[in-house]
Design a protein around this ligand. Sequence first.
Ligand code: SF4
Length: 359
Amino acid sequence: MLTRTWAGSFLLGSLPQGCEYCLYGAKLVLFITGLCDKSCWYCPLSFEKRGRDVVYANERPVRAIDDVIEEAEAQGAEGAGITGGNPLLVFDRVIEYLRGLKDYFGESFHIHLYTAVSRALTVEKVRTLEKIGLDELRIHLMLDNPQEWKIVEKIVGALSNMAVGVEIPVIPDLAEDIKKMIMFLDRVGVLFLNMNELEFSESNSFALKMRGYSLRKNSFSAVNGSHEAAMDIMEWAEINVKNLSIHYCPAFIKDSVQYKNRLIRTAKRVKKRHEVITDEGTLIKGVVIHSSLSLAELCKYIESIIGVSPYMDLSKNRVELHPELLEEISDKLKAIGCECYIVEELPTYGRRQVTQIAL
Ligand code: SF4
């Protein structure tokens, strides 16, 4: 029966485990390389990452496994999604990080990996990943190339524990090809299909426009027609599919559920005492700057007013305190030449500033 998940996505059968963690914001995104041997015209990878052998754990640049673990701790992650590019092009790195995460967080730390069909995807490699403990494999298939689909049957037959699924964007003009693919996946025993609403990104917008696609009304990124095609497929599948679980994730879920939940989880873990978490998972605080007083002198003066020493941010050369407290004393501080602000930041690596209001 076609149902809606608590997050607002659409489901036939069971929700893939990787999606469950992801919706709760509990999955670390481990971008393991920007290298890829495919050239999908709708590829959403940013220009900074595409074709570059770079590694990121969420927003944090990674030099070694310790960076990944630190980021997972900051997020309170319960699992990771290894993505790219094509991770199998840096297979030794995948093994190192998969082992590192399982050793540190334990077997129950759920890890899924995305890959595309290419020479890098072999039954041997997938078996090795299963032995090391990969929980879920998600294969990206070209919809209009059924020859490519055959490897999925081989992989399903070769594995005993790992969940094997397929993940695709819903390209409106290829809805009939998706239905054919669904019949194939259902027949060969694939566990799930995850469909994402097709989205514009800075890097694919030209290719999408050239094919006549436009932005859906009231959306920042969703492609017009993709949602309708996905719903048509879901309703068709409800009647025609036997065992395959199908999950359709609309674009709005990425920001309003998944990303927001990740921010809230992270904010709860990294927040300093004077910072306040908003409903969106950002952090608000009061910031004081003085052009000639040293930080120590400024702290001493503020302490003389509020009775406790405020937080000194040496890296940003400023003093921080609870936003309400700053609002109460800002007149006194401005009288001695201070600049006072209420600042909103993301709790993620790098603490990007979102807004700044002068008092
Ligand atoms: S397989 Fe993925 S990363 Fe590679 S080109 Fe296609 S969409 Fe982009």
